[in-house]
Design a protein around this ligand. Structure first.
Ligand code: AMP
Length: 404
């Protein structure tokens, strides 16, 4: 299926092309028509499945149809509530991307920061508001958020919301929004408490289930190497001595980092190229096709640059630096082991990255096997990482194990 077949309007199709999206993900295929039809939706899906676009795209299209001339007073027409600041920012960025050719204004509000810039944005008028529950209620009580003209309400990551103790906030919020509205409800899991909450929000919803991303993680062989930051590049060179690795995608957190790793590998005699936002579109395309036809063995990339890259038969993903957003880990390792092929994901973890590792393991509900016997073991002690008790680390990357 293509995005055109979903009857999307030109401005959105163009924005998706610019994002490099070629085909809709399964949840997008199913959910976009439902939302375009103004139906309520109960989506069982995790971050990483493309669920943000699954709701953002049809919401934008419906707004465009209902408000073809964005001249009238801007009121909050769409409210998206999500549990964490990181998710809120990501959703805001998605609206920015998919709505780049449309005139709607969106803003994001979350706690833990000065409220004044957020108040100013609200005062300037927004059509789409993305918020975490606490700050939203706070600003609503202070009179800066008006929800009486709401058309669409999205509750994202409902199970995480409950885990984080936001249930009362959510219930309070429901009382503040118009009864006549379209509601979309997303949760990675559907225990009874979530179903009850969903039933209190949705009207005759359509249900969509997609395989959670963590199950992707279960099919990929994963390993973590504890290593000092300064030794990562030598550890990478050492691993790439294995001639069985025909292709490797190496992720760094920064553009600068990607260039540095690429230069080091090239000096070490390994054909490597880097792609990131500072490279021209042409340079990125060239690097990508060199990698695809195996002229280049190693592609070093940042997350943004690697979005939408689809590489068949990728042997290995290396997290040279661990991402601070755990979902990003799942996106990264999902590049390997596709279509039933064997895939391997290796992560380098230095002392400062240990909290990231913890978050990742919590999300994927897997204890990633730790490889200790390598030439560059970390010098610092490793207190809080629990090795899998039933499966001690082996010299090669172990098959992933589900946490009981
Ligand atoms: P989400 O589950 O919304 O967090 O999306 C996961 C990632 O997939 C994000 O980085 C999106 O930019 C990307 N993505 C979403 N839809 C598509 C698509 N149809 N094609 C390629 N990438 C996509």
């Amino acid at each position: 299926m293509t995005f055109e077949q979903l009857d999307l309007i030109e401005p959105i199709l163009n924005a998706l092309t610019r994002e490099g999206y070629k085909v809709p993900t399964p949840i997008q295929e199913t959910a976009i028509p439902i939302v375009l039809n103004h139906k309520d939706l109960l989506g069982c899906a995790q971050t990483g499945t493309g669920k943000t676009a699954a709701f953002a795209i049809p919401i934008l299209q419906n707004l465009h149809k209902k408000y073809p001339n964005q001249k009238q007073h801007r009121t909050v027409k769409v409210l998206i509530v999500t549990p964490t600041r990181e998710l809120a920012i990501q959703i805001d960025e998605s609206f920015n991307s998919y709505g780049r050719n449309l005139p709607f204004r969106h803003t994001v509000i979350f706690g833990g920061v000065n409220q004044n810039p957020q108040i100013n944005a609200l005062k300037a008028g927004v059509d789409i508001l993305i918020a975490t529950p606490g700050r939203l209620l706070d600003l609503q009580q202070q009179g800066f958020v008006h929800l009486q003209h709401l058309d669409v309400f999205v509750l994202d990551e409902a199970d995480r919301m409950l885990d984080m103790g936001f249930i009362h906030d959510v219930k309070r919020l429901i009382r503040l929004i118009p009864e006549k509205r379209q509601s979309l409800f997303f949760s990675a899991t559907m225990p009874d408490t979530i179903r009850t909450l969903a039933a209190s929000i949705l009207r005759s919803p359509e249900e969509v289930h997609v395989t959670p991303v963590s199950s992707t993680a279960e099919t990929i062989e994963q390993a973590v190497y504890l290593v000092d930051a300064g030794n990562k590049r030598d550890l990478l060179l050492h691993l790439l001595e294995d001639k069985d690795i025909a292709t490797a995608l190496v992720f760094t957190r920064t553009k600068h980092g990607a260039d540095k790793v690429q230069r080091y590998l090239s000096k070490g005699g390994i054909k490597a190229e880097a792609i990131h936002g500072n490279k021209s579109q042409n340079a990125r395309q060239r690097a990508l096709s060199n990698f695809k036809d195996r002229t280049t063995r190693v592609l070093v990339a940042t997350d943004i640059a690697a979005r939408g890259i689809d590489i068949d038969e990728l042997n290995l993903v290396v997290n040279y630096e661990l991402p601070n957003i755990p979902e990003t880990y799942v996106h990264r390792i999902g590049r390997t082991g596709r279509a039933g092929l064997d895939g391997k994901a290796i992560s380098f973890c230095d002392t400062e990255e240990k909290p990231y590792l913890k978050d990742i393991q919590k999300l994927i509900r897997i204890q990633i096997p730790v490889i200790s016997d390598h030439p560059y073991p970390a010098t610092a002690a490793v207190p809080e990482i629990r090795k899998n008790p039933s499966r001690p680390a082996r010299s090669s990357a172990g098959r992933v194990v589900r946490k009981k």
